[in-house]
Design a protein around this ligand. Sequence first.
Ligand code: BDP
Length: 584
Amino acid sequence: MIGPQNNSFRSARDLSGFWRVAFEKEGTRPDWEKGIAESEAFHVAVPGSWNEQLAEAGYMNFCGAGWYQTDVFLPEPAKGNELVLRFGSADYYAEAWLDGVSVGRSSAPMLPFECAIPKELANGRTARLVVRVDAQLRSDEATQGITSATYAEEGRPKDEYLPAVRFDFFPYGGLNRPVLLLQRPAGGITGWRAVSDLAGVTLSVDAGCAGHIRATLSDGITSTEREAKLDAGKAEMRLDPASPRLWSPEDPHLYRLSLELLSPDGTVLDMCEQRIGLRSFKVEGTTLFFNGAPIVLKGFGKHEESPLHGRAVNMPQLVKDFHLLKWIGANSVRTSHYPYSEEFLDLADEFGILVIDEVFSINLDFRLVDEAVLANHKRAVGELISRDANRTCVIAWSLANEPGYLAEREYRQSSEPYWQNLFAHARTLDPTRPMCHANVGYAGNDDPAFAHSDFLGINRYHGWYTIPGRLDAAVDALDKDFDAIAAQGKPIVVLEFGADAMAGQHASYDQLFTEEYQQDFISAYWKAIENHPSVAGGHVWNFADFRTAQHGRRVVHNLKGVFTRTREPKMAAWMLRRLWSTAE
Ligand code: BDP
């Protein structure tokens, strides 16, 4: 999928602003396709989750459907052009109408979708845009939906969260990423795949017409140009700059890749561009290699969320977070547990942060997995790869987080064909990047998904949920896990380890929830990570404190952040900076 472009052939108009929203009452389905009921509507910022914005009106925990509305001027497109609405995401499902006419629906949750605007509506006037956003996940999704009754039905009433979720973060609803009005040539450039290595870029471009593709790779100092004829809508070429300058966390040098579509007589019909770096990432034996040299991944699992905005893109916070990642000396992040915004990836490319890009699939319960779940999981993987495959920062795909979390027998008995099918599908879509998943201890050190992974991602909480408060015993248990998993002969990356700490809580002895315990926990784990020959990195859980759904075991937030939710460092953050940072 092509990201937003602005040039003489394409434009992207941001429809951010104050929209109106009205909410569906349970069991009803209003006919608001032409316009919502003004008497029931609230002002709402887009992008923005409705929850905290409208908490006082009673919608903090609302996980039903909200109907959004705004008025959009639809210019008459230039000859040969089309108008398209592009939603960065709608959490979790959406359908859109213009003046009462349905123009399209979302596909995989938390990923962009486009709605082509019919010609008769794009005639130089203002139309009413209505979007129904449904925050209730379906039970056959790659992250399975759940209701409050399900916990008791599954025999685990103590796990009940409000709102009901299968995961440990708040299920914010709404239009959480920008909504854009695109104008672009119909049948122009329809997509491309740019695979970079240490010498240059291998490029394959698709277009909806005959002609040529001219590609230029430039960085203001050098410029390399190639042209190739479109053959059945595809052109392939290789761009090798004379003295390639690599992209890395230390020097995130980006080139500008510009594509032009030329008609057979040489007229330029369309243009697109992206930023791209030259780099390589490979798994060999039990080592990860970045640009040909062994690398230890140092970083975090994060979340996309902040006070008031909820899950919505928060640009100042993004800038702050990337500066904090550099400040602490991290080189990588996993997009736990869903695809992050394109704005996040823009900055990861610019700052040189390596990204393990995770699909939205959390705690898959294999008692309930069927063909529909697998089909939706494959679709989600496909759309993630389609959006992010051209990103320099993305070094690997994570296809799931903690499947088999409930230790259900079915996971170990019958999940093997599922992983075989899912990983094979992902590899046909991207044969170039390593793949993994994040294993939970309950799924075993011989998790069936490991056989299909290139490196073995594990989440471990010895010293917290088990063996609480006893770090020596916890690290022994961790080492035993390492030894057992290392038998598979692949690199291990600890994708989660961490302890909650209430900022300002202290003790002179090992006490859960203190800043000292969090610091000692992370530093003991890090020592074990560094010392084991098969372990190639660690991601602390979590970068910052984050809001969860309500449960007795959470004090509003999961407090495993090394930064508070408002980004003040805890003691663990200073410790990690000393450990990881090469800065003075
Ligand atoms: C892991 C999950 C993560 C949780 C974390 C925790 O992958 O989403 O937030 O545990 O409990 O199991 O803090």
